[in-house]
Design a binder for this molecule. Structure first.
Ligand code: CP
Ligand code: NVA
Length: 299
């Protein structure tokens, strides 16, 4: 049966932990200069309906490093942009490529694609979820601090796609998540409810970070929300993550951000560029974690 990776719930907790271990091994092998041919001649098709730096480069570099290749497809230059149905595109691409990665707006689109694809489909970000980023974030936490099970994580800011994926991660990796967001910007109630007592919604960012081993935020204005920028900047102003706020978390708490970051908005520049921040490791781990994912789905 074809496996897809549309959300973190598509893999079991054991499979996810296996991926994190494998990602760490692949990282060390890469540093030693070892050559892998695990995905020799395999092709990953990548559809990007939104901008990307990290996702595109990490998937493309990852496929090359495993002996395969990746192709970049944008709606502007494919028939998708001229209205060819997603179902037909899925049928065609899955006869030519060995896997498909999609970054788009509606999450339903990746679900429809997967339903009509004979090859694995990977969610490279939708308005609802960003599961690949969580593989990298979990790898980064494990590398710096060991197992995240039983620890407390604070999400400060928008109840967006990244927040939803943190909720799923809390379920799968067994940690406690405290979410601090302004009124009207909460995560989806159903996604939150499914996580049960592991996830808690609070208003005050200071209450959220109390005792947290990891503090995470994201842009206040996600792709597709550009018109709401003014309104969002006002609503989110009290939710900026600063060194002062970090001081209320555990003494060795880490700071993460999926990037791109807006210094002086959701995060203070001195925190992002300071010693508590592991954002560059987090970005690098996109490469290693997704190589582990590609091996898992394809090899
Ligand atoms: N974090 C992340 O997905 O970055 P890109 O938008 O650059 O791919
Ligand atoms: N929440 C952000 C993440 C970018 C990687 C967005 O959807 O634009």
């Amino acid at each position: 049966m074809t496996r897809h990776f549309l959300t973190l719930l598509d893999l079991t907790p054991e499979e996810l932990r296996g991926l994190i271990r494998r990602a760490h091994e692949l990282k060390r092998a890469h540093r030693r200069g070892e050559i892998s041919e695990a995905l020799r001649h395999k092709v990953l098709a990548m559809i990007f309906e939104k901008s990307s730096t990290r996702t595109r480069v990490s998937f493309e570099a990852g496929m090359t490093q495993l002996g395969g290749s990746a192709m970049f497809l944008s709606p502007r230059d494919t028939q998708l942009g001229r209205g060819e149905p997603i179902e037909d595109t899925a049928r065609v691409l899955s006869r030519m490529a060995d896997a498909v990665m999609i970054r788009t707006f509606e999450h339903e689109k990746v679900e429809t694609f997967a339903a009509h694809s004979d090859v694995p489909v990977i969610n490279g970000l939708t308005d609802r979820f960003h599961p690949c980023q969580l593989l990298a974030d979990m790898q980064t936490f494990f590398e710096h601090r060991g197992d995240i099970a039983g620890r407390t994580v604070a999400w400060v800011g928008d109840g967006n796609n990244m927040c939803h994926s943190y909720i799923n991660a809390a379920r799968q990796f067994d940690f406690h998540l405290r979410i601090a967001c302004p009124q009207g910007f909460e995560p989806d109630a159903e996604i939150l409810a499914e996580a049960g007592e592991r996830c808690e919604l609070v208003r005050d960012p200071r209450a959220a970070v109390e005792g947290a081993a990891l503090v995470v935020t994201d842009t206040w204005v996600s792709m597709g929300q550009e018109e709401e920028k003014q309104r969002r900047q006002v609503a989110f102003a009290p939710y900026k993550v600063t060194r002062e706020l970090m001081g209320r978390a555990e003494p060795d708490a880490l700071f993460m951000h999926c990037l791109p970051a807006y210094r002086g908005m959701e995060v203070e520049a001195e925190l992002l560029d300071g010693p508590d921040s592991v954002v560059w490791d987090e970005a690098e781990n996109r490469l290693h974690a997704q190589k582990a994912l590609l091996e898992f789905l394809l090899a």
